[in-house]
Design a protein around this ligand. Sequence first.
Ligand code: B1M
Length: 232
Amino acid sequence: MSDEEDIILADLDDEELVQQMMDDLYDGMREEIEEGVNILLERGWEPYRILTEALVGGMTIVGADFRDGILFVPEVLLAANAMKGGMAILKPLLAETGARTIGKMVIGTVKGDIHDIGKNLVSMMMEGAGFEVIDLGINNAVEAYLEAIAKEQPDILGMSALLTTTMPYMKVVIDTMKDQGIRDDYIVLVGGAPLNEEFGRAIGADAYCRDAAVAVETAKTFIARKHNQAPA
Ligand code: B1M
C-alpha cells in the first residue's frame, strides 16, 4: 500500500496541495486532481490560477520527463486524462466570465497531430472571454479547415501543432487559403509549444500565440482592429 492513500488533500495547505496535485497529475490520478481542483475553488482560488499553476505546471513536469525517456506514452496519456478531469470542472467557470459573443473562432489541431490539451485550453479561455468557438478536434487536413470556415464564417481561424513534424502543415493551410483568395477574409492565429513568433510570420499567420491567455488578448486586439476598419 502506498503512502499516497494516506494523504488527505483537504488537510494540506495551498502550497502543499498544489505540489501534491502536480504529483497526482504525474501519476495520472484523475479523481485526486478533480478533488484538488474542487478544494482550491472552495478556498477561493480563481479558476485561471488553478489551471496555470496546478494543471499546466504539472503537465510541464510530465513533458520534461517524457522528453527524457522517464515517462512513456501510456503514462502521459493517463496524465492527460487527469488533466482533462480538472479542466472539465474549470471550463464552465471560465466560461461564466464572458458576457456576450464578441467574435467567432474555428480552431483545430493540424493533420498528423493528436495533441489536444493546449487547443482545448485555448478554446475554453476564448469561450470564457466571450468568443463562440467551433472546435474541429485533432488531425485536421486542409479540407476540414476550409469546409469549416466556409460553413461557419468565423472571424478567426486558429491552428494548433505540438510536433516539429506537423507544424509546417499550418503553411499548407494558409497557402491554400491564399490560392483560393480567401486568406485575408480571416484572422489566422497559430500556437503550440514548438512554434515561435518568427515561425508564425514566416508561414503568413497574423500572429503566434504563446499561450491561451495571449491567444485571448491577441484575438481581442485583432477583432477590435477589424471593427475599427469596418465601413460605417
Ligand atoms: Co506528445 N510530444 N507525442 N503526447 N506530448 C510532446 C509535444 C513532446 C514535446 C514531448 C517531448 O519529447 N518532450 C514531443 C514532441 C517533440 C518534437 O516534436 N520535437 C512529443 C512526441 C514526440 C509525441 C509522440 C511522437 C510520441 C510517440 O508516439 N513516440 C506522439 C505523437 C502523436 C501524434 O500527435 N501523432 C505523442 C503523443 C502524446 C500523447 C498522446 C501521449 C499525449 C497527448 C494527449 C492529448 O493531447 N490528448 C502527449 C502529451 C501529453 C505531450 C506533452 C507531454 C504535453 C503536451 C501538453 O498537453 N501540454 C508534450 C510535452 C510538452 O509540450 N511539454 C508532448 C500542456 C498544454 C497546456 O500546453 O499544448 O503547449 P500546449 O498548449 C499551450 C500553448 O502551446 C498554446 O496555448 C496552450 C495553453 O497555454 N497553444 C495555442 C497550443 N495550441 C494553440 C493554438 C492556438 C493558440 C495557442 O491557436 C490560436
